[in-house]
Design a protein around this ligand. Structure first.
Ligand SMILES: Cc1ncc(COP(=O)(O)O)c(C=O)c1O
Length: 357
């Protein structure tokens, strides 16, 4: 990132050599992210984060008053708020379908089936639930929606999936597949991306508009970029892209996406087994270890906030989730067995002594 910034200063940020170099850097990043998502670069827009990747294309979709938006009960509050406000402004109805307690893809599809209505125009479902860590059957959902008379748009929040799961064809099957570089990709904050379907590019309008949304500075027959770039806005921080490309290259050194997913799963299983074996700890997923690196659990009778604070003082950083109330640990490819065992030992000591302050 520092090298990128230095080159920019040496070229002169507004110098005539800078612009082609910046365009080259940006397109290299787009190509890398598109390769990770298994889609052509023309369908990938660069964003700042997951939320803007969900919201910018969503707000440009053509809805009719009275149409319905169907959200899972495990979507992130920021995305839910944006969808709720869109519904209020455009006279749309909101429905919810329960996935948080579903434990299989079949149960998720059953819940979807029960809540899909003839007027459903959009379904929002995360690829990997941020609370339970369960992967959602996005391809099967896409198949189901394609036989619905309105062929509802499929919005997929991939905040927890990009960089942790082997994505396969999933990004290609969604209309909006939004992710960030700063979570499982281990990149810097402030840079993300969104994969858009061709039908969304054909039907959707840009929402937050700036010079990057324009082709030929708006002088052509259509002002907009012919591809996903029409959802990009204006100047952003180029060194973030260098950082993200470097972190993705580091991750690729750890193995293929399938190998990384398996490594993450080995580590989360070790933690999950330790939690299961402890009489005072209860993993949210009781039946089988998480398929991802998100490991959520409760410590009945103990305040989760206090527990998280006490663990942080010992160098172990977990977080509290409100719905369902629990603690969540993340294991990535860099997490060591020793770290997992230390977490289990520290949890045991804290619960035994009650010293969570
Ligand atoms: C599932 C999910 N969606 C969205 C977000 C928000 O991410 P961002 O700040 O990149 O928009 C998060 C952050 O934790 C998340 O877990």
């Amino acid at each position: 990132m520092v090298d990128c910034w230095r080159t920019l200063q040496e070229l002169g940020p507004f110098g005539s050599d800078a612009f082609p170099w910046m365009a080259q850097e940006t397109e290299a990043l787009r190509a890398t992210l598109a390769r990770w998502c298994g889609v052509p670069p023309q369908r990938l827009a660069l964003t700042e984060n997951v939320t803007s990747g969900c919201v910018l294309p969503l707000w440009g979709l053509p809805f009719q008053p009275g149409e319905r938006l169907l959200l899972s009960d495990a979507e992130h509050p920021g995305v839910v708020a944006a969808i709720t406000e869109l519904a209020r402004r455009q006279g749309l109805a909101i429905d919810r379908f329960p996935v948080q307690r579903a434990r299989t893809g079949a149960a998720v599809l059953e819940a979807l089936e029960e809540h899909l209505q003839p007027g459903t125009r959009l379904v929002a479902l995360s690829h990997l639930l941020w609370n339970t860590g369960l992967p959602m059957p996005i391809e099967a959902v896409a198949d189901r929606l394609s036989s619905h008379p309105l062929q509802p748009w499929l919005l997929v929040d991939a905040a927890q999936a990009m960089g942790s799961l082997a994505l396969g064809a999933v990004p290609d099957r969604a209309d909006i597949y939004a992710f960030t570089g700063h979570k499982w990709c281990c990149g810097p904050e402030g840079l993300g991306g969104v994969v858009l379907s061709q039908r969304l590019l054909d039907a959707g309008s840009p929402t937050l508009i700036g010079w990057r949304s324009l082709a030929d500075e708006g002088q052509g027959s259509s002002p907009w970029q012919p591809d996903a770039r029409r959802f990009e806005v204006a100047t952003s921080c180029l060194p973030l892209g260098a950082g993200l490309r470097a972190s993705l290259a580091e991750l690729e050194l750890c193995g293929t996406d399938g190998e990384r997913e398996a490594l993450i799963g080995q580590r989360s299983r070790r933690l999950w087994e330790g939690l299961c074996a402890h009489p005072a700890l209860e993993p949210l997923l009781q039946e089988a270890p998480p398929a991802s690196g998100l490991v959520s659990f409760t410590a009945p009778g103990h305040d989760p906030q206090q527990l998280v604070r006490a663990l942080a003082r010992r160098g172990l950083h977990l977080r509290v989730l409100a719905d369902p109330p629990c603690l969540r640990a993340c294991t990535h490819v860099v997490t060591t067995d020793e770290e997992i065992d230390t977490l289990l030992t520290q949890l045991d000591a804290l619960l035994a002594t009650g010293q969570t302050t």
